[in-house]
Design a protein around this ligand. Structure first.
Ligand code: 5CA
Length: 438
C-alpha cells in the first residue's frame, strides 16, 4: 500500500479522555474512531489487525475440532424466554421491537440461538461431540463503557459452544478449548494465565478466565508464578486424545480471580511463588451442563436408548478487546509494537526524499520485492519530513522499517530498523530484504 493513497489518519495528541495507553495509541494511530459511548468504527489499520486476530482465533478453533457458523446479531426474545434469561439479563440487554411488535434483542451472547440450532438437527450421541462457534458482534449496554474497545458496548467476540452426551465427554470438550485458548494467546505474542473464575450469570460449576497481566487490567489476579512461564501446549498435541494431564499441569497450580480467591490456599504457597497482579480478561470458558439444554429441550439419545439433555459448555474470546490488550502488553513511548502475527503491515518502506529519482527507484524495488514475498508492505511515499515518517512508522508499530535516503543511496546502502528493539543496521538493499523476508 502506498501511504499517499491510503487512509491512515494519525493524531499528534490523544484526546484527553483516553485514560489508558492502548486507548490513546489506538486513537493516535488511527485504528478506531468513537461513534458513540462504547461504539467504534474500525479504520483501515485497526480493521486489518482485528481481522488478523480473528484469523488466528479461527485457525486454533478449527485445529481443536470446532466448526464455524455465523449466527445473527438480532435474536428473538422468545428463545430467551424459553431459557428463562430474558427477564434476568436486565439493563445490559438492548431490547428492540420490529414492525410487527415482536420483541427482539441485540445478542450479548448466543447460548439460546446455538441451542436452538443444535436441537433442530442433532438427536443422537452418535453425532457428538460437536462444537459450534462464531465470530460475531455482540452488544452489552454496559453501565460504564471505558478504556476504548477494552470495555465497549458493541464488541467482537468469538463464542464457541460444545455439546456432549455426558459430563465426562463435556469435560474433554472443555479441555480442548482450554488448551486451544493458550495456543491462541501464544500466537498473539501474549502470556495468558488461566485462572479459576466465577461462572457468573452464565452458570455452571467449572470456569476459567484467561488473563493478560497488565497494570491497567480491570481484574485482580492471584497466581502461582510458574504459571506465567508455562506457555502453550503448541499445535501438535493429540486433540482428541487424553488432554487431562496437559490441563492438570496448569490447573494444579493456584490461580484465581478476586471473586474466587482463597487467601488461605494462596498463603500456603512459598512466598516467592505468590504473585498478585492486575489482569485483562481476554477469554472466559464455562462448563454449565444442562442449564440451557434442559429448559430448551435439546435432547440427545444416549447409547442406552434414553433421551438426556445435552451437556454444554461455552467459550468466549474477546477479539476486539485483544487489539487493546496486545497494545497494553507491547508498546513503548513512541507507539505500538505489533507482534508479526497481527501487524497491519509486515514492513514499512520509508522514502526520505520522495521525488528524488534514486530514492524512488530503490523504494520501488524494495516495495515490489516485499510485496512479492507476501509481506504486505506499507510504502511511505509522501512528500513529508523524515522526522514525520519515522514518527508515523513507530507510532503504528510496523515490525520492520526499511529507510531509504539519498546519503545511503550514494554509498549503496539502506537502513533497516527493527521496531521492537530499535536496532538499526546500515546494509545493502539485498541484505535488508533478506533479513525481512527471512
Ligand atoms: N457466553 C460466554 C462465552 S461464549 C460469554 O459471553 N462469556 S463472557 O461474558 O465472559 O465474554 C467473553 C469474552 O468477551 C470476555 O472474556 C471478554 O474478553 C470479552 N468481553 C466481554 N465483555 C466485553 C466488553 N464489554 N467489551 C469488550 N470485550 C468484552
Amino acid at each position: 500500500m502506498r501511504l499517499s493513497r491510503y487512509f491512515m489518519p494519525t493524531l499528534r495528541e490523544a484526546p484527553a479522555d483516553a485514560q489508558i495507553v492502548s486507548h490513546q495509541l489506538m486513537l493516535r494511530a488511527g485504528l478506531v474512531r468513537q461513534e458513540a459511548a462504547g461504539i467504534y468504527a474500525w479504520l483501515p489499520l485497526g480493521l486489518k489487525v482485528l481481522k488478523k486476530i480473528e484469523q488466528v482465533v479461527r485457525e486454533e478453533m478449527n485445529r481443536a475440532g470446532a466448526i464455524e457458523i455465523l449466527m445473527p446479531t438480532l435474536q428473538l426474545a422468545d428463545l430467551w424466554r424459553e431459557s428463562g434469561r430474558y427477564d434476568d439479563y436486565g439493563e445490559e440487554m438492548l431490547r428492540i421491537k420490529d414492525r410487527h411488535d415482536r420483541d427482539l434483542l441485540f445478542g450479548p451472547t448466543a447460548e439460546e440461538v446455538v441451542t436452538d440450532i443444535f436441537r433442530s438437527y442433532i438427536k443422537s450421541y452418535k453425532d457428538l461431540p460437536k462444537n459450534l462457534y462464531n465470530i460475531q458482534w455482540k452488544f452489552r449496554d454496559e453501565r460504564r463503557p471505558r478504556f476504548g474497545v477494552m470495555r465497549g458496548r458493541e464488541f467482537l467476540m468469538k463464542d464457541a459452544y460444545s455439546f456432549d452426551v455426558d459430563e465426562a465427554a463435556a469435560r474433554r470438550s472443555y479441555n480442548r478449548m482450554f488448551l486451544a485458548y493458550l495456543n491462541v494467546y501464544a500466537r498473539l505474542g501474549l502470556k495468558a494465565i488461566p485462572v479459576k473464575a466465577d461462572p457468573g450469570p452464565i452458570g455452571g460449576d467449572l470456569s476459567h478466565e484467561f488473563m493478560i497481566l497488565a497494570d491497567t487490567g480491570e481484574s485482580q489476579v492471584f497466581a502461582h508464578r510458574d504459571l506465567v512461564e508455562m506457555g502453550a501446549p503448541g499445535p501438535d498435541i493429540d486433540w482428541f486424545g487424553d488432554l487431562e494431564p496437559e490441563v492438570a499441569r496448569r490447573t494444579s497450580l493456584y490461580a484465581a480471580s478476586d471473586e474466587m480467591h482463597d487467601e488461605a490456599r494462596f498463603a500456603a504457597m512459598p512466598e516467592d511463588k505468590r504473585m498478585t497482579a492486575r489482569g485483562i480478561e481476554v477469554g472466559h470458558i464455562f462448563y454449565f451442563g444442562e442449564k440451557y439444554s434442559k429448559p430448551m429441550k435439546a435432547m440427545v439419545t444416549g447409547p442406552d436408548g434414553k433421551d438426556v439433555p445435552a451437556q454444554m459448555g461455552s467459550y468466549g474470546v474477546g477479539v476486539s478487546r485483544l487489539v487493546a490488550a496486545i497494545i497494553e502488553a507491547s508498546h513503548d513511548d513512541a507507539g505500538i509494537i505489533w507482534p508479526a502475527s497481527v501487524a497491519p503491515f509486515g514492513a514499512a518502506v520509508l522514502n526520505l526524499r520522495a521525488g528524488d529519482a534514486g530514492c524512488d527507484a530503490v523504494c520501488e524495488t524494495a516495495y515490489a520485492a516485499l510485496t512479492a514475498a507476501g509481506l504486505d508492505p506499507l510504502y511511505d511515499d509522501r512528500d513529508d519530513r523524515p522526522g514525520a515518517k519515522f514518527a508515523a512508522a513507530d507510532l503504528v508499530g510496523i515490525p520492520w522499517q526499511l529507510i531509504v535516503g539519498p546519503k545511503g543511496i550514494a554509498e549503496g546502502v539502506v537502513e533497516l530498523k527493527t521496531r521492537a528493539t530499535g536496532e538499526r543496521q546500515t546494509i545493502p538493499l539485498d541484505a535488508a530484504l533478506k533479513a525481512i523476508t527471512g
